[in-house]
Design a protein around this ligand. Sequence first.
Ligand code: HEM
Length: 231
Amino acid sequence: MGHRAPEATRVARLASLIALALALSFLAQGPMPNAHAHEGRPDLGPKDTPPESSAPATPLAELDHPTRGHEPPEGDATVVTPTHPYPPEGVPRPLAWLGRFHPPTVNFPIAMLTAAALSELLLMRTGRELFFHATRFSVWVGSVAALAAATLGWFFAGFRLADEEWLMTTHRWLGTSASAWALLVLFLCERAVRTAERKTFRLALFSGAALVTTTGFFGGALLYGLDHYAW
Ligand code: HEM
């Protein structure tokens, strides 16, 4: 494959910029507005408390897309109570604070590794150089982001091997494995650039994308319940 055609390089750069812009827009969204309650959070001041609304809160069951799997907390029915304490036992406060960036960070590995898998499929189908570069860029961003997300996850959840809830333990170890796997994918990707042998890389990439997406599913299930996608 010739990788030096200037026009293809320009298109690849454009695709990379679009991918970066998309990724930044994900970050700008931040966590879901109903993801974290202040209940049981004496460290939060009045400015952190949602303003009192004169209108009665709509019960979850009556919302178009109710959040399932959790009892609606009293007071603000649109809020889901986090399943872990803050700061987690044994985590120094600065690290626990950094851990709060876990929810916005997790969008990157999920989106970028999925995009890498899609781009690789398109490369296999079309052979276009554009997708060669798009895959490499997405793998780099996705893998580094997976490492960051998992590290922040440990700060967020606390340093322990098992949790009271099996769902949390599952998410913890799926996420840790996913970030280690993503680093392997990055290594294989760079090796594939040099040797042009992409079979092992492809296997690792497709399974890595599935692993990180499954991790995301279990992360969401911690907050919204396992039956969140029930029809
Ligand atoms: C690539 C790795 C990971 C991904 C993609 C991921 C993904 C997610 C997602 C999508 C959520 C739900 C966020 C929301 O809806 O606001 C979440 C929550 C969470 N994750 Fe992860 N995660 C990863 C690794 C980890 C690890 C390694 C740990 C712990 C060691 C962890 C601990 C947590 C905790 C504590 C929550 C919030 C639960 C709650 O507030 O009740 N995550 N994660």
